[in-house]
Design a protein around this ligand. Sequence first.
Ligand code: NAD
Length: 431
Amino acid sequence: MGHATSSPSPGSPVHPDPGAAPLATAQAQLARAVEILGYDAGLHEVLATPRRELRVAVPLRRDDGAVQVCTGYRVQHNISRGPGKGGLRYAPGVDLDEVRALAMWMTWKCAVVDVPYGGAKGGVTIDPHAHSAAELERVTRRYTSEIMPIIGPERDIMAPDIGTNEQTMAWVMDTYSVNRGFTIPAVTTGKPLAVGGSLGRPTATSQGVVHTARAALRADGVELAEVTAAVQGFGKVGSHAARLLHEAGTRVVAVSDEHGGVRRADGLDVTALIEHVTRTGSVTGFADADAVSNDDLLALDVDVLVPAAVEGVLDGETAGHVKARWVVEGANGPTTSEGDRVLAERGVVVVPDILANAGGVVVSYFEWVQANQAYWWTEREIADRLEHRMLASHEAVADLARAESVTLREAAMTIGVRRVAEAHLIRGLYP
Ligand code: NAD
C-alpha cells in the first residue's frame, strides 16, 4: 500500500494490511534479532513487552470556549540501560500501538549508538495544523501534567517528533519545572537555546543521516558529491537532510511533504525551497520545478532515497519500484518487513532508522549531559562528537553485517538487542 497523495492525515498511515502496521514491523524485527542471537522465549517476551504504558485524557479548552478531549500516551518500552528517552508526536491518528512501536525502536536506537537510555515515546491525538499556538500550549501543559508521575530527567526525557518542536519542549519543561518548584531543563531535549537547549540539536538528526549515508556510499567507493537523491518529508529531519546533502554536493532532484512533491532533474535549489516553505507552508508550488506525487517520488531513478516522513511507506509493493541503490531511513519505521525483504532481494542497501536517524538522540544525550552539569559545549565540540559516534556506530554495524552476511538492519538490531538483553540479565530479574 502506498500513501495517498491527496491530503493524507500527517502521521496517520492507514493499515489495511495489519502485517504492515508499525508494531507488527517492530515486533518482526525483534523476532529476527532474537533468532540470530539464539535467545529463549522468556527473554524474547521480556524484550517485546513495554515496561510502562500510560493513557490519559487531555481535555482542551478551544479559543472559542468549546471543549474537546484529546487522548495522550506515554510508553516506556525498556529502561534497563537508563531512563526512558523518546519523542512526543502530535498527529490525529496517533494510537497506542504506534507509540509502542516507536518506543521499542527508541530502545534499540539508544543501545546501537550507546547512549545510556532506554526507549520511550509519547503522542497526543491532535492535528497541530488545526489549532492555534495558545491551544497547543494548553494541550501540551495538560498532557505534561497528566504524565508528570512517570517523567523526569532520571525517569523519562522527552524530545520533539512529528508535529512538535522546540516551543513544545519549552512548554513541557516549564510545566514540569513549575510543578516541582524549580527549573529542571534536563526533563526535555530539543529545547530552545535560551532555556538550556544545545547547539547543533535542530540539525543533529539530519546530520546523522548524512554521516551514515556518506559512510554507506564510501563502503561501495562512491562519494556524496557524485550521486542524486530524493527526500520524502520536508519537516525538521527532511528539510535539513536535503540541505546538508545539497551542501555535500549531492544533486537533490526531488522532495515532498504531506501535500505532494516537487522535482527537477538538474537539482533543486534547496535553500530557495526552504524559503518557499517558510513562506507558503509546503514544498508544492515551488517555481522552476515539476510536481511529483509521494508514491512516484519513492520510485524515482535516483541513487539515494531518504524517507523522512512517516512509517510504512516502503511496503512489499512500493519497495518493488524503488530504483535507488541506497535507502537511508530518516523516518522511524518507513520500511515494513515485506518492504525490507523486497529491497534486500533487489540488492538495495538500507541504512536502518535505528542507526541512520540516531543523530538526534545522540545530541539529545549531549543536551541532557550539558543541562545536568550546567556547562555548555561549543558547536564544534558537539559536531565532532556527533560525527565520531555516528561513524563508529556505523562501522560496528557494517562490520557485523559483513561478518555474519546479514543486512545492516539485522546487524543494527542484533547489536541493540544484545546490549539491552545484557543489561537486563546482569541486573537480574526482581524479585
Ligand atoms: P515534522 O513534523 O517536522 O515533519 C514531518 C514531514 O513529513 C512534514 O514535511 C510533513 O508534511 C511530512 N509528511 C507527513 N505525512 C506525510 C505523508 N503521509 N507523506 C509524505 N509526507 C508526509 O517531523 P520530523 O521531526 O521531521 O519527523 C519525521 C520523521 O523522522 C518521523 O518518522 C520521526 O519519528 C523521525 N525522527 C525524527 C527525529 C527528530 O529529531 N525530529 C529524530 C529521529 C527520527
